[in-house]
Ligand binder design. Structure first.
Ligand code: ADP
Ligand code: MG
Length: 326
Protein backbone atom coordinates (compact mmCIF):
# COMPACT_ATOMS: atom_id res chain seq x y z
CA UNK A 1 0.00 0.00 0.00
CA UNK A 2 1.23 3.51 -0.77
CA UNK A 3 1.39 6.33 1.75
CA UNK A 4 -1.27 8.27 -0.15
CA UNK A 5 -3.52 5.20 0.03
CA UNK A 6 -3.00 4.91 3.80
CA UNK A 7 -4.24 8.48 4.16
CA UNK A 8 -7.14 7.97 1.78
CA UNK A 9 -8.31 4.74 3.39
CA UNK A 10 -8.08 6.08 6.92
CA UNK A 11 -9.56 9.57 6.81
CA UNK A 12 -10.12 9.52 10.58
CA UNK A 13 -6.44 9.26 11.38
CA UNK A 14 -5.82 12.94 12.03
CA UNK A 15 -2.85 12.66 14.38
CA UNK A 16 0.27 11.86 12.43
CA UNK A 17 3.62 10.96 13.96
CA UNK A 18 6.99 10.03 12.50
CA UNK A 19 9.34 8.08 14.73
CA UNK A 20 12.90 6.91 14.32
CA UNK A 21 16.44 7.64 15.37
CA UNK A 22 17.85 11.15 15.17
CA UNK A 23 18.79 12.38 11.72
CA UNK A 24 16.79 9.85 9.72
CA UNK A 25 14.25 12.34 8.41
CA UNK A 26 11.40 12.73 10.93
CA UNK A 27 11.29 16.51 10.73
CA UNK A 28 11.65 16.40 6.95
CA UNK A 29 8.73 13.99 6.56
CA UNK A 30 6.61 15.83 9.10
CA UNK A 31 7.03 19.04 7.10
CA UNK A 32 6.48 17.31 3.75
CA UNK A 33 3.33 15.54 4.95
CA UNK A 34 1.98 18.79 6.36
CA UNK A 35 2.74 20.46 3.04
CA UNK A 36 0.96 17.73 1.04
CA UNK A 37 -2.13 17.73 3.27
CA UNK A 38 -2.34 21.54 3.24
CA UNK A 39 -2.15 21.53 -0.57
CA UNK A 40 -5.24 19.35 -0.54
CA UNK A 41 -7.14 21.92 1.44
CA UNK A 42 -6.79 20.51 4.94
CA UNK A 43 -5.88 22.84 7.75
CA UNK A 44 -2.71 21.36 9.18
CA UNK A 45 -0.54 22.04 12.19
CA UNK A 46 2.93 20.55 12.31
CA UNK A 47 4.45 21.04 15.73
CA UNK A 48 7.61 20.10 17.51
CA UNK A 49 8.18 19.08 21.09
CA UNK A 50 11.93 18.79 20.56
CA UNK A 51 14.11 21.35 22.35
CA UNK A 52 16.49 20.93 19.41
CA UNK A 53 13.59 21.46 17.06
CA UNK A 54 14.42 22.23 13.49
CA UNK A 55 11.10 23.24 11.99
CA UNK A 56 12.56 26.76 11.93
CA UNK A 57 15.42 25.43 9.77
CA UNK A 58 13.33 23.45 7.36
CA UNK A 59 10.75 26.22 6.85
CA UNK A 60 13.48 28.88 6.90
CA UNK A 61 11.47 30.91 9.40
CA UNK A 62 12.20 31.63 13.06
CA UNK A 63 9.08 30.22 14.70
CA UNK A 64 10.51 29.14 18.09
CA UNK A 65 8.16 29.98 20.96
CA UNK A 66 5.93 32.06 18.67
CA UNK A 67 2.82 29.85 18.76
CA UNK A 68 1.32 28.52 15.54
CA UNK A 69 2.82 30.40 12.57
CA UNK A 70 1.17 30.26 9.14
CA UNK A 71 3.83 29.13 6.66
CA UNK A 72 1.62 28.74 3.58
CA UNK A 73 -2.14 28.63 3.06
CA UNK A 74 -3.57 26.02 5.51
CA UNK A 75 -0.07 25.11 6.70
CA UNK A 76 0.82 26.06 10.26
CA UNK A 77 3.97 25.25 12.20
CA UNK A 78 4.79 25.56 15.89
CA UNK A 79 7.87 25.02 18.02
CA UNK A 80 7.16 24.74 21.73
CA UNK A 81 9.40 26.72 24.08
CA UNK A 82 9.49 24.50 27.16
CA UNK A 83 11.44 26.98 29.29
CA UNK A 84 8.86 29.67 28.76
CA UNK A 85 6.20 27.20 29.76
CA UNK A 86 8.08 26.33 32.95
CA UNK A 87 8.38 30.01 33.87
CA UNK A 88 4.63 30.36 33.39
CA UNK A 89 4.09 27.35 35.65
CA UNK A 90 6.30 28.80 38.36
CA UNK A 91 4.45 32.09 38.26
CA UNK A 92 1.11 30.32 38.48
CA UNK A 93 2.27 28.34 41.50
CA UNK A 94 3.64 31.47 43.20
CA UNK A 95 0.43 33.37 42.55
CA UNK A 96 -1.66 30.48 43.85
CA UNK A 97 0.35 30.33 47.06
CA UNK A 98 0.09 34.09 47.55
CA UNK A 99 -3.66 34.10 46.90
CA UNK A 100 -4.44 31.01 48.89
CA UNK A 101 -2.61 32.04 52.03
CA UNK A 102 -2.96 35.78 51.71
CA UNK A 103 0.82 36.35 51.71
CA UNK A 104 2.72 39.27 50.14
CA UNK A 105 5.78 37.23 49.38
CA UNK A 106 6.46 33.57 48.71
CA UNK A 107 8.29 32.13 51.76
CA UNK A 108 11.94 31.37 51.01
CA UNK A 109 11.63 27.61 51.62
CA UNK A 110 8.79 27.42 49.14
CA UNK A 111 10.61 29.58 46.60
CA UNK A 112 13.66 27.31 46.87
CA UNK A 113 11.40 24.36 46.33
CA UNK A 114 9.81 25.91 43.24
CA UNK A 115 13.27 26.65 41.80
CA UNK A 116 14.54 23.14 42.49
CA UNK A 117 11.52 21.49 40.91
CA UNK A 118 11.88 23.57 37.75
CA UNK A 119 15.44 22.34 37.29
CA UNK A 120 14.36 18.72 37.12
CA UNK A 121 14.22 17.10 33.68
CA UNK A 122 10.80 15.69 34.52
CA UNK A 123 9.57 19.26 34.82
CA UNK A 124 10.63 20.13 31.29
CA UNK A 125 9.07 16.96 29.95
CA UNK A 126 5.92 17.68 31.82
CA UNK A 127 5.81 21.27 30.54
CA UNK A 128 6.19 20.00 26.99
CA UNK A 129 3.57 17.35 27.57
CA UNK A 130 1.16 19.95 28.86
CA UNK A 131 1.74 22.14 25.82
CA UNK A 132 1.05 19.18 23.56
CA UNK A 133 -2.17 18.46 25.38
CA UNK A 134 -3.23 22.08 24.89
CA UNK A 135 -2.56 21.80 21.18
CA UNK A 136 -4.30 18.49 20.53
CA UNK A 137 -7.37 19.17 22.63
CA UNK A 138 -7.71 22.56 20.90
CA UNK A 139 -9.35 20.88 17.91
CA UNK A 140 -8.63 23.80 15.56
CA UNK A 141 -6.99 21.78 12.81
CA UNK A 142 -7.93 18.93 10.49
CA UNK A 143 -4.53 17.32 10.94
CA UNK A 144 -1.95 17.42 13.72
CA UNK A 145 1.55 16.32 12.88
CA UNK A 146 3.89 15.65 15.78
CA UNK A 147 7.49 16.21 14.86
CA UNK A 148 8.76 13.69 17.39
CA UNK A 149 12.01 13.58 19.29
CA UNK A 150 14.37 10.64 18.73
CA UNK A 151 13.08 7.24 19.75
CA UNK A 152 14.32 6.95 23.31
CA UNK A 153 12.67 10.22 24.14
CA UNK A 154 9.53 9.32 22.31
CA UNK A 155 9.17 6.25 24.47
CA UNK A 156 9.77 8.34 27.53
CA UNK A 157 7.17 10.74 26.27
CA UNK A 158 4.68 7.92 25.92
CA UNK A 159 5.17 7.00 29.55
CA UNK A 160 4.66 10.64 30.50
CA UNK A 161 1.45 9.90 32.33
CA UNK A 162 3.54 8.43 35.13
CA UNK A 163 5.83 11.47 35.20
CA UNK A 164 2.75 13.54 35.62
CA UNK A 165 1.67 11.41 38.53
CA UNK A 166 5.03 12.20 40.13
CA UNK A 167 4.42 15.89 39.68
CA UNK A 168 1.01 15.53 41.27
CA UNK A 169 2.64 13.78 44.22
CA UNK A 170 4.98 16.73 44.55
CA UNK A 171 2.12 19.19 44.61
CA UNK A 172 0.50 17.10 47.29
CA UNK A 173 3.75 17.09 49.28
CA UNK A 174 3.95 20.86 48.87
CA UNK A 175 0.49 21.12 50.37
CA UNK A 176 1.60 19.03 53.33
CA UNK A 177 4.59 21.33 53.83
CA UNK A 178 2.35 24.33 53.71
CA UNK A 179 0.15 22.83 56.36
CA UNK A 180 3.12 22.65 58.68
CA UNK A 181 3.66 26.33 58.22
CA UNK A 182 2.88 27.71 61.65
CA UNK A 183 2.22 31.29 60.56
CA UNK A 184 -0.41 30.34 58.07
CA UNK A 185 -1.99 27.58 60.10
CA UNK A 186 -4.93 29.66 61.13
CA UNK A 187 -5.70 30.90 57.63
CA UNK A 188 -5.24 27.40 56.37
CA UNK A 189 -7.86 26.03 58.72
CA UNK A 190 -10.42 28.43 57.38
CA UNK A 191 -9.53 27.89 53.74
CA UNK A 192 -8.97 24.17 53.93
CA UNK A 193 -12.29 23.10 52.55
CA UNK A 194 -12.31 25.23 49.40
CA UNK A 195 -8.64 24.58 48.84
CA UNK A 196 -9.20 20.86 48.85
CA UNK A 197 -12.01 21.17 46.33
CA UNK A 198 -9.84 23.34 44.12
CA UNK A 199 -6.92 20.94 44.11
CA UNK A 200 -9.14 17.94 43.55
CA UNK A 201 -10.78 19.68 40.60
CA UNK A 202 -7.35 20.51 39.20
CA UNK A 203 -6.12 16.95 39.54
CA UNK A 204 -9.22 15.67 37.81
CA UNK A 205 -8.66 18.14 35.01
CA UNK A 206 -5.04 16.99 34.61
CA UNK A 207 -6.14 13.36 34.58
CA UNK A 208 -8.72 14.12 31.92
CA UNK A 209 -6.10 15.84 29.79
CA UNK A 210 -3.67 12.94 30.16
CA UNK A 211 -6.33 10.48 29.16
CA UNK A 212 -7.31 12.55 26.15
CA UNK A 213 -3.76 12.86 24.93
CA UNK A 214 -2.48 9.34 25.61
CA UNK A 215 -5.77 8.05 24.24
CA UNK A 216 -5.08 9.87 20.99
CA UNK A 217 -1.51 8.58 20.85
CA UNK A 218 -2.59 4.98 21.04
CA UNK A 219 -5.90 5.16 19.21
CA UNK A 220 -5.62 3.21 15.98
CA UNK A 221 -8.67 4.99 14.62
CA UNK A 222 -7.28 8.48 15.11
CA UNK A 223 -3.51 8.11 14.97
CA UNK A 224 -1.09 7.16 12.23
CA UNK A 225 2.41 6.38 13.42
CA UNK A 226 5.14 5.90 10.82
CA UNK A 227 8.67 4.69 11.39
CA UNK A 228 11.43 6.27 9.36
CA UNK A 229 14.15 3.82 8.44
CA UNK A 230 17.22 3.98 6.20
CA UNK A 231 18.82 1.08 4.31
CA UNK A 232 21.59 0.49 6.86
CA UNK A 233 22.20 -2.54 9.03
CA UNK A 234 22.18 -0.88 12.46
CA UNK A 235 19.17 1.26 11.67
CA UNK A 236 17.16 -1.76 10.57
CA UNK A 237 18.04 -3.60 13.80
CA UNK A 238 17.20 -0.57 15.96
CA UNK A 239 13.91 -0.06 14.17
CA UNK A 240 12.91 -3.66 14.77
CA UNK A 241 13.68 -3.29 18.47
CA UNK A 242 11.83 0.01 18.69
CA UNK A 243 8.80 -1.44 16.92
CA UNK A 244 8.66 -4.14 19.58
CA UNK A 245 8.81 -1.55 22.35
CA UNK A 246 6.14 0.55 20.73
CA UNK A 247 3.93 -2.49 20.49
CA UNK A 248 4.34 -2.78 24.25
CA UNK A 249 2.91 0.72 24.65
CA UNK A 250 0.18 -0.29 22.23
CA UNK A 251 1.12 2.38 19.73
CA UNK A 252 -0.32 1.24 16.41
CA UNK A 253 2.22 1.44 13.58
CA UNK A 254 0.75 2.55 10.24
CA UNK A 255 3.81 1.93 8.16
CA UNK A 256 7.51 2.26 7.48
CA UNK A 257 9.09 4.83 5.20
CA UNK A 258 12.52 4.19 3.76
CA UNK A 259 14.58 7.35 3.43
CA UNK A 260 17.84 8.20 1.68
CA UNK A 261 17.64 5.61 -1.06
CA UNK A 262 20.33 6.25 -3.67
CA UNK A 263 18.32 6.55 -6.91
CA UNK A 264 18.43 3.04 -8.43
CA UNK A 265 18.39 4.42 -11.99
CA UNK A 266 21.96 5.62 -11.33
CA UNK A 267 23.05 1.98 -11.52
CA UNK A 268 22.23 1.93 -15.23
CA UNK A 269 24.56 4.82 -15.87
CA UNK A 270 28.30 4.87 -16.16
CA UNK A 271 29.11 5.43 -12.49
CA UNK A 272 32.27 4.98 -10.42
CA UNK A 273 32.81 1.61 -8.71
CA UNK A 274 32.48 3.34 -5.35
CA UNK A 275 28.91 4.36 -6.04
CA UNK A 276 28.18 1.04 -7.72
CA UNK A 277 29.22 -0.70 -4.49
CA UNK A 278 27.09 1.57 -2.36
CA UNK A 279 24.07 0.85 -4.53
CA UNK A 280 24.63 -2.91 -4.33
CA UNK A 281 24.98 -2.75 -0.56
CA UNK A 282 21.86 -0.68 -0.34
CA UNK A 283 19.94 -3.16 -2.48
CA UNK A 284 20.81 -5.84 0.04
CA UNK A 285 19.39 -3.75 2.90
CA UNK A 286 16.34 -2.69 0.91
CA UNK A 287 15.60 -6.36 0.36
CA UNK A 288 16.03 -6.96 4.09
CA UNK A 289 13.66 -4.12 4.91
CA UNK A 290 11.05 -5.57 2.57
CA UNK A 291 11.47 -9.00 4.13
CA UNK A 292 11.13 -7.72 7.68
CA UNK A 293 8.48 -5.03 7.32
CA UNK A 294 6.84 -6.38 4.19
CA UNK A 295 3.63 -4.76 3.08
CA UNK A 296 3.99 -2.14 5.82
CA UNK A 297 6.66 -0.33 3.79
CA UNK A 298 4.59 2.53 2.34
CA UNK A 299 7.19 4.72 0.62
CA UNK A 300 10.79 4.99 -0.53
CA UNK A 301 12.35 8.42 -0.64
CA UNK A 302 15.55 9.09 -2.60
CA UNK A 303 18.67 10.71 -1.30
CA UNK A 304 18.44 14.25 -2.68
CA UNK A 305 21.37 16.25 -3.98
CA UNK A 306 21.12 18.66 -1.04
CA UNK A 307 19.56 19.19 2.42
CA UNK A 308 15.82 19.65 2.61
CA UNK A 309 15.05 23.27 3.43
CA UNK A 310 12.51 25.66 1.97
CA UNK A 311 9.09 24.97 0.48
CA UNK A 312 10.39 23.95 -2.93
CA UNK A 313 12.55 21.12 -1.53
CA UNK A 314 9.75 20.17 0.88
CA UNK A 315 7.47 19.91 -2.15
CA UNK A 316 9.90 17.55 -3.85
CA UNK A 317 10.02 15.31 -0.76
CA UNK A 318 6.20 15.35 -0.63
CA UNK A 319 6.16 14.25 -4.26
CA UNK A 320 8.52 11.36 -3.43
CA UNK A 321 6.49 10.40 -0.35
CA UNK A 322 3.07 10.55 -1.96
CA UNK A 323 4.02 9.83 -5.55
CA UNK A 324 2.32 12.95 -6.86
CA UNK A 325 -1.00 11.32 -5.95
CA UNK A 326 -3.69 13.67 -4.74
N1 ADP B 1 16.08 12.22 1.44
C1 ADP B 1 16.95 13.14 1.85
N2 ADP B 1 17.84 13.68 1.00
C2 ADP B 1 18.74 14.62 1.43
N3 ADP B 1 18.78 15.10 2.66
C3 ADP B 1 17.91 14.61 3.57
C4 ADP B 1 16.94 13.62 3.22
N4 ADP B 1 16.21 13.32 4.32
C5 ADP B 1 16.70 14.10 5.31
N5 ADP B 1 17.71 14.87 4.87
C6 ADP B 1 18.53 15.81 5.66
O1 ADP B 1 19.05 15.09 6.76
C7 ADP B 1 19.08 15.89 7.93
C8 ADP B 1 18.30 15.22 9.04
O2 ADP B 1 16.92 15.15 8.70
P1 ADP B 1 15.79 15.49 9.79
O3 ADP B 1 14.48 15.42 9.08
O4 ADP B 1 16.10 16.74 10.50
O5 ADP B 1 15.97 14.23 10.75
P2 ADP B 1 15.31 13.97 12.19
O6 ADP B 1 14.18 14.93 12.37
O7 ADP B 1 14.86 12.54 12.13
O8 ADP B 1 16.40 14.16 13.17
C9 ADP B 1 18.51 17.24 7.52
O9 ADP B 1 19.57 18.11 7.23
C10 ADP B 1 17.72 16.93 6.25
O10 ADP B 1 17.65 18.04 5.38
MG1 MG C 1 13.85 16.29 13.95
Amino acid sequence: MSLAQVFREHPNRRYIEFGGKGGLGKTTFSAATAYWLAKQGYKVLVFSVDPQASLSDIFERDIFGKGAVEIAPNLFAQEIDADQRIREYQNQIRQKILDMYGLDEVPKEIEDYIQATAAEPAMEESAIFDAVVDIVVGGEYDYYIYDLVPLGHALYYLSMASVYDEWIDKITALRAEMQEYAQVAAILERKKQTEEDQILAELQDIKKRINTSSGILTDREKTAFFFVVTPEEMIILDTQKAATLFAKYQVPISGYIVNRVIPPELAQQNIPAYLQNRIEMQNKYLKQIDEIFGADVVARVPEFERDITGLEMIGRVAEALFGGEA
